[in-house]
Design a protein around this ligand. Sequence first.
Ligand code: NAD
Length: 329
Amino acid sequence: MRYLITGGCGSIGSELARQLVARGDEVVIIDNLSGGSLQNIADIADQVECCIADVCDPNHRLLRALIGSSNAVFHLAASLGVKLILEKPIETMHNNVEGTRLVLDAASHTRCPVLVASTSEVYGLSTRVPFCEDDPIVLGASSRRRWSYANSKLHDEFMALAYMQERGVPSIVTRYFNCTGRQQSSRYGMVVPTFISQALAGRPITVHGDGTQTRCFSDVRDTVQATIRLMDAEAFGQVVNVGSQNEITIGDLARLVKQRTGSASIIQHIPYSEAYSEGYEDMPRRVPSLDKLQRFTGFVSSTPIAEIIDRTARWMESQLSAESLLNVA
Ligand SMILES: NC(=O)c1ccc[n+]([C@@H]2O[C@H](COP(=O)([O-])OP(=O)(O)OC[C@H]3O[C@@H](n4cnc5c(N)ncnc54)[C@H](O)[C@@H]3O)[C@@H](O)[C@H]2O)c1
């Protein structure tokens, strides 16, 4: 099979490329390197075709040609990360909504299956845990910028399902819950790589708020395995949570990162108003129901959080030593 991965140089996309290549599939990547890097696919560079291009390019010929020659598309390219969303809400909304529309439109010419990456952020301020895919959604007010990301992704979900209904594009929506691991950048405020880079540098590990908010983290290898299985199962027309139920408070996560990295960093609490802006809203808990994922794939994410931290820390250390070698050279 030949798969197109948009955003294939990113954290999830590069691992997806790796796993597809390992089982003998052909992989083509399109990525504009705005968030990802060629370094992420360096180990498989001679086994994948990589186009450095933008899915939102108004000249859609490349995208159409790539989709026309693929058996299915994993559409992962997006703007994400709380920091980026707060700083560049227009870019986030445009990139996420227009990129998905163009991918679905191009796919409609050959009725090519598309998996669209969405997010647990779409559950918004809901407190009904575990979150089920068909639950009502409680989105925050439009005056709160952070919700622009969730809103853009929710729009993508509606589009994916609408293109299936009206244009016959077999589509699947995955709602990812805090996926982490190698290749995830701390640049945009993702919590695990941020804590690890602070711990490795001996700087304070900065917990936003009182640290009692919880998240469920899954390893990128598990996330990708679930993603591939959903495509293989042809779960078309479905919106499916992808994540783990390993719930941990952010305060405990900071302590675990400190312990696993052997860091002397202090743990410092920063009010949300200082970290982001006045009136910033966060969800107290974010736990997925995984019943649907299990029904379609039989898959359960199993990597313990300590192992995720260890692998990510090892990868970040290797990046740091490669950088310092370059600086010396
Ligand atoms: N990692 C998570 O925890 C998580 C959680 C929820 C949802 N998601 C979704 O999963 C997908 C992948 O996330 P990730 O963690 O791998 O992010 P990432 O930033 O590592 O990867 C995204 C990739 O898309 C590329 N990209 C962005 N805009 C593009 C464009 N217009 N044209 C071409 N390439 C473009 C970036 O350069 C980057 O390589 C995203 O759609 C994201 O919204 C991820």
